[in-house]
Unconditional design. Structure first.
Lengths: 123, 390
């Protein structure tokens, strides 16, 4: 589990999901309430078009302190050869990149590999 | 039925061997092939660009090919080139390097789709092989490169196919999987924060339970359903335009020292397959070139082969017309040039066992011989590489 320090009084937070490699990926992004099993939001997408995989987090920014970002992905290598893939998650505040995480995965030929990234937002 | 087919195979194999045994050595190469499944559908003359050119150049077929998947493994392998303070030619080295497996990808799927340079790099492979002739003690070392210059049959470029045959299932499967994961957590009184803090092996166990629930819930396994879509895609795009090229060089040394090694041979392969019309699914043109330049008695000699084929047919019955030009320089006999043309039919009798009926003419272009009819009926069988009778 990663931790990212945010400024509760700063600009809007944004989450960017990117997949590096020539494979198909689908994801479900869940924002979990702090210390609770309540879901703030659940959004899904895939890497068919990478332009729409940027999500603003709810305002006010201070409400996100303690919340958990959960990105569950499936990476599908439908080719006949093994390949490498990377799940890249970036957290921005305004135009400033707070942090970026790369999760490399080996994708065997014809197989689906799950990947989970958890990010705890702290102040 | 299987017994009858097996008996037919044995009888026909006997006929095939008898027919080819009467042919000149060169002709055997045209009619007997041990082909892989890809080659099987497209080749009678040798149009295939080798998958691993370094081994093809050495004429070896190693059973244990090393395919390192990180740069550390590559460095370890090439440390074998050193013995004490000297660099040596390693014996029986067989390595295939794919940059796509060695480096972390830096491009997205969208960039792969729009940039030809990225596709070229991701499909580039390099190979290194070595061999020792037990009778002469000569050591050979070969380096090869293979690349796909163009491939219109790459499903990742077909956005409509990706959308309808993969994302449509993968998106639902992913959503169901994560919902089932959350259900398992809830049923076991595990909060998401506790789950996120668990060791990877515990997370994996929960994910596997959730995956099995997902397969039951959605009614399909993602890998199986995509594999079926891929088979359909390949069947529809078997004749999609494609261009492959490969190059290999061979160096030889009379002893094991790398310092004594000398360049001995260059080999180049090129194949271009395309269909007559954008929407044609029944025919294919294949154009192939193969050139080798080898050294003998201090001088380089050339061998060149150009092939052209037209293929038409469906599934298990195909007709073909093909031509081949070949010239060979020889230290003793000088240059010989031949032109070969053939028409034929190929019929799949059982799975990937094919019979070929063909007739062709071989013409020596130096005027010493008239056209020779090579045979009015030839039978041959193409077996997959992993085919075993027993």
């Amino acid at each position: 589990m990663y931790q990212v320090k945010i400024d509760p009084n700063g600009a809007t937070l944004q989450l960017e999901i990117q997949y590096l490699g020539a494979f198909t990926a689908s994801y479900v992004y869940t924002l979990w309430e702090a210390n609770s099993n309540a879901q703030v939001s659940v959004l899904s997408g895939n890497n068919m078009n990478s332009q729409d995989d940027i999500y603003p987090l709810p305002s006010p920014v201070s409400a996100n302190v303690g919340r958990l970002i959960d990105i569950f992905s499936t990476l599908k290598n439908a080719t006949d050869s093994d390949m490498n893939g990377v799940v890249r998650i970036t957290i921005l505040q305004g135009s400033v990149e707070l942090d970026s995480f790369d999760e490399p995965e080996l994708l065997p030929a014809g197989k689906t590999v799950p990947n989970q990234v958890f990010i705890n937002l702290i102040s | 039925m299987k017994t009858a087919v097996f008996a037919l195979v044995i009888v026909c194999t006997t006929i095939s061997l008898r027919v080819t045994a009467q042919d000149p050595q060169a002709i055997k190469n045209f009619y007997i092939k041990k082909a892989d499944t890809t080659v099987l559908q497209t080749v009678t003359l040798d149009f295939a660009v080798p998958d691993i050119p370094a081994f093809k150049a050495l004429g070896i077929d190693p059973s244990n090919i090393l395919r390192p998947s990180n740069l550390k493994q590559v460095a370890l392998m090439f440390s074998n080139l050193r013995s004490g303070d000297k660099f040596i030619v390693p014996q029986n080295l067989a390595v295939e390097l794919t940059p796509g497996l060695l480096v972390k990808p830096w491009y997205t799927l969208n960039e792969y789709q729009s940039k030809g340079g990225i596709r070229w790099l991701s499909k580039l492979s390099a190979s290194v092989g070595s061999d020792q002739d037990p009778s002469t003690g000569v050591n050979s070392l070969s380096f090869g490169f293979r690349s796909v210059l163009m491939d219109k049959g790459d499903f990742r470029l077909d956005k409509a196919f990706l959308d309808t045959a993969i994302y449509r299932y993968q998106d639902n499967y992913t959503m169901a999987w994560v919902n089932n994961r959350n259900l398992v957590l809830k049923n076991n009184n595990i909060t998401i924060v506790q789950f996120a803090a668990m060791p990877q092996s515990s997370q994996d166990s929960i994910l596997e339970i959730a995956r099995q629930m997902t397969v039951s819930q959605v009614g399909f396994d993602l890998d199986n359903i995509v594999a079926q879509s891929m088979q359909d895609f390949k069947a529809k795009n078997w004749n999609a335009p494609r261009m492959d090229a490969a190059y290999a060089l061979v160096m030889q040394s009379p002893d094991s020292l790398l310092g004594s090694i000398r360049l001995n041979k260059h080999l180049m392969w090129f194949a271009w397959a395309f269909r007559p019309g954008k929407n044609n699914r029944n025919a294919q043109f294949i154009f192939g070139l193969n050139n080798s330049l080898y050294k003998a008695n201090g001088k380089f000699y050339n061998e060149f082969t150009g092939n052209f084929r037209f293929y038409i047919g469906k599934n298990r019955l195909k007709a073909l017309a093909e031509a081949q030009y070949q010239n060979m320089d020889h230290p003793m006999t000088g240059r010989t040039e031949t032109l070969y043309a053939q028409i034929g039919v190929e019929l799949a009798i059982y799975k990937s066992i094919w019979i070929h009926f063909g007739t062709g003419f071989l013409n020596a272009l130096d005027g010493t011989a008239r056209s020779q009819l090579l045979g009015n009926l030839n039978l041959y069988f193409s077996f997959p590489e992993n085919f075993k009778l027993f």
